[in-house]
Design a protein around this ligand. Sequence first.
Ligand code: B12
Ligand code: SF4
Length: 487
Amino acid sequence: MKVAIIEPRRKRWDEKRAELWEFAYITRAFSHYRKKYSGFSLSLAILASLIPSDIELKIIDENVESIDFSEFFDLVIVTFFTIGATRAYEIGDAFRKKGIKVVFGGVHASMMPEEAILHADAVAIGEAEVLIPEIIEDCHHGHLKKFYRTPERPELENTPVPRWDLLKIDCYHNPTTQTMRGCPFDCEFCTVRAFWGKRYRYKPIPKVVEEIKILKRLFDKKDTFIMIADDDITANKMRAKDLFKAFIPLGIKWMGQGSLSMAKDDELLELMVRSGGTRMIIGFESISPIALREMHKNPANIVEEYAENVRKIQSYGVAVIGSFVVGFDDDDESVFERTANFIIENHIAIPQFLLLTPFPGTKLFERLSKEKRILHRDWTRYTTSTVCFKPKKMSVDTLQNGYYNALQRIFSYEGILNRLEGLWSLWDKSSVVPSIKEKIDTLVLNSNFRDVAYGFPHCINLDIEKETKAKRKLRGYFRELLRTRKN
Ligand code: B12
Ligand code: SF4
């Protein structure tokens, strides 16, 4: 049997316009160091680990290579999120036209199986570890079922080591791994609880360490930078501390996701930084307590404590990738300026400023569908920078343009300068002073987010003189940092 595992190219809805989520922006950002794609989907390596060794296997990440549609396979497995769905359907159609069996899986297909099955022979709903063996067996005997689903969720003690070695490692900047699954919270806009369940499932720490050692060997770098794809690596503080202690001797740098509750635990923050945790994605989501309540956000999100939380976390030398969303039902036209002000005044290192997007399978999607507020199902536009639903307290245009305006303000030269000067002065006083490289990274990442933000329709009038001055200052910092790094 010959099997292909494919991750579709994330297709732009407008070829001329880059999107914030594009991994390419990170590629450009890091081009000072190396020109590589920033990361890969972990599912490629996990799916590969589940295919029996007597099966001929080809892994194709369409983001770094093209698909040869003339090649024959007995089975093509396609894995994708919503952003990849449109291209996945094209790929499914193309292989099926040639009589090749196609199976879809991943979050989007699991949430929209009836849609996905129109372009595949089978759709897998759930986690690969449980479903792949049955799919392979059925394919081998020539009778694939239409849908594969199981309520059973795999424990992570015995899952096979992801086959990162089968990926085209040289094409990627940094690897991804995962140490836990599940989330007990149920934020209205998120698919995590629906897909992974409400119970935290942990990979044993020695297993995580072994996997990281494999990644280090494969990526062959002294300070391998690893993306840890957990939804909240700090969810269980005791476990997180043990995990970070185990990371320290590995000599890695890593980024992860965590909740604001980390700000309350100094020991945790210190271990995090000592273990190489230099960037943390944190979901602030909204600066409106009403919106937070309505979305059922983690109780650790207390708006009055945000400013102190950010200051505390960044004072440890961490760059906060702060995720802020606008478009909630409680948001009116004032939300843009208030949110942009908060981000700039509190020196958020790398803002992730997004439009609320009703991804399928979320309670938000369900509610807005019932209220007939979903505008379309063109998944290429589910980018988190394009309005896909009718907002409650403003028009679609006001939300769209207000978003562009605030985004462009956050990433104006003045906005970047204010944030980074504030951040770096905090870092300079930190007991764990971040390396020059981290300062360069924040600058470069911001400048590349800026490129994307200003690729969107211009919705802002800026003081040209102030902008020119700020730009000159940022350039000066950049040159100085590069010089210091060289010496
Ligand atoms: C890490 C992460 C990121 C990282 C990506 C890093 C990287 N290099 O991969 C960053 C921060 C860059 C990121 C960005 C974004 N992300 Co994100 N991210 C995640 C997160 C936390 C983990 C992803 C992951 O690696 N999971 C582990 C892998 C193994 O899971 P998996 O791919 O789903 O595969 C499993 C199953 O789906 C299944 N499976 C998959 N394929 C197949 C096939 C078959 C045949 C079978 C049987 C099973 C199967 O088995 C696998 C293992 O059990 C998820 C939430 C989550 N917990 O999944 C959100 C998530 C994927 N992100 C999400 C979103 C919205 C985004 C952004 C659009 C946000 C933004 N605007 O910036 C961008 C888009 C990025 C992109 N280009 O696709 C949403 C996607 C929702 C959706 N319906 O598509 C998620 C689900 C979170 C949420 N809020 O609901 N993200
Ligand atoms: S946004 Fe975070 S806290 Fe909320 S359900 Fe998703 S993973 Fe859990």
